[in-house]
Design a protein around this ligand. Structure first.
Ligand code: PBG
Length: 324
């Protein structure tokens, strides 16, 4: 049946009709808020390249987490910036490290909020790479025990989910094994399964102080030209025990989100990364885009592509817009 019998516009006439036939919804319960906490800060330090985002002292990070929970956001993702870095990233597994203290603070203050921790070495190493170096190379197998140590310290502090973002081969299995051996059988793993070597991480490196001192991350993160490889990475991480999988970044990779969705029934998370956030913030500040409408469109698109959950720096703004 075609025009004039069929008229697509009939169901677009009023807000109620459009609401009734809407196929995709986004709510605060779909969002995960990333938070940066830095050791030794007295007050929040704004991240210049990410307007509205800051590095927080631990107590202020806990307050942000409480604000997220009060707006209906179910989870936060924690990143730490240590006072001292070394070759191994040893500050990442200290019992009194900045992330470990924040986990305890959040669990003490808002116990129902889900705490996810980023597990990686790049914020903690002097060279800024995600693993330890042998010469100029990032050594895969030597990095695994260090990541496991970090994940264990997060679990011990009370993290609900650990999220390895380093892209070493075998790290999900290494984490699962270490967690189970230590009795943390209920700590879940969210694998950054298909993580691409993306220029959209640019602003994050200021936020997390994790710019590589030399080279780039292309020897461990995925090549943006590859899609089938993402399915292999996802399958490997699921085989090693991932409870949830992630595609990152989101917007330039919605085809990957859609393909991964068709491949797994596990919860699928998409990371709406720093550069995606900063582009919108900059254009909105210049008066070139309507921030709220663009953010809602972007979050809807990520859900429509197949993501169950979205990690996004827009989470507090969006949940605020949608409150009541
Ligand atoms: C750490 C990590 C990065 C991001 C999340 N975890 C940076 C990177 O891999 O270079 C990027 C997040 C963002 O851009 O918002 N490995």
């Amino acid at each position: 049946m075609s025009y004039p019998i069929t008229r697509g516009r009939r169901l677009r006439r009023t807000p109620a009709l459009r609401q009734m036939v809407a196929e995709t919804t986004v709510a605060p319960s779909d969002l995960i808020l990333p938070l940066f906490m830095a050791d030794g800060l007295e007050a929040p330090r704004p991240v210049t390249s990410m307007p509205g985002v800051a590095q927080y002292p631990v107590d202020a990070a806990v307050a942000e987490a409480r604000r997220a929970a009060s707006l209906g956001i179910p989870a936060v993702l924690l990143f730490g910036i240590p006072a001292h870095k070394d070759e191994q990233g040893s500050a990442s597994w200290q019992n009194d490290g900045v992330v470990q203290r924040a986990i305890r603070g959040i669990k003490g203050s808002v116990p129902d909020l889900c705490v996810i921790t980023d597990v990686c070495l790049c914020e903690y190493t002097t060279h800024g790479h995600c693993g330890v170096l042998q010469g100029q190379e990032v050594a895969n197998d030597a990095t695994l025990p260090l990541l496991a140590r970090q994940a264990l310290s997060h679990a011990a502090a009370g993290a609900d989910i650990v999220a390895p973002s380093d892209m070493m081969d075998g790290r999900v299995g290494a984490l699962r094994h270490a967690l189970d051996e230590a009795g943390y059988t209920d700590t879940a793993i969210l694998a950054y399964a298909a993580k691409y070597a993306s220029a959209f991480y640019g602003p994050f490196r200021e936020a997390a102080g994790s710019t590589p001192a030399f080279g780039d991350r292309r020897s461990y993160q995925m090549d943006p030209r590859n899609a089938r490889e993402a399915l292999r990475e996802v399958a490997l991480d699921i085989g090693e025990g991932a409870d949830m999988v992630m595609v990152k970044p989101a917007l330039a990779y919605l085809d990957i989100v859609q393909r991964v969705r068709q491949h797994t029934d596990l919860p699928l998370v998409a990371y709406n990364v720093s550069g995606e956030y900063s582009m919108i913030k900059a254009a909105a500040a210049a008066g070139w885009l309507d921030e709220r409408r663009v953010v809602e469109e972007v979050l809807t698109a990520i859900k429509r592509a197949g993501a169950d959950l979205i990690i996004t720096y827009h989470a507090l703004d969006a949940a605020g817009w949608w409150a009541r």
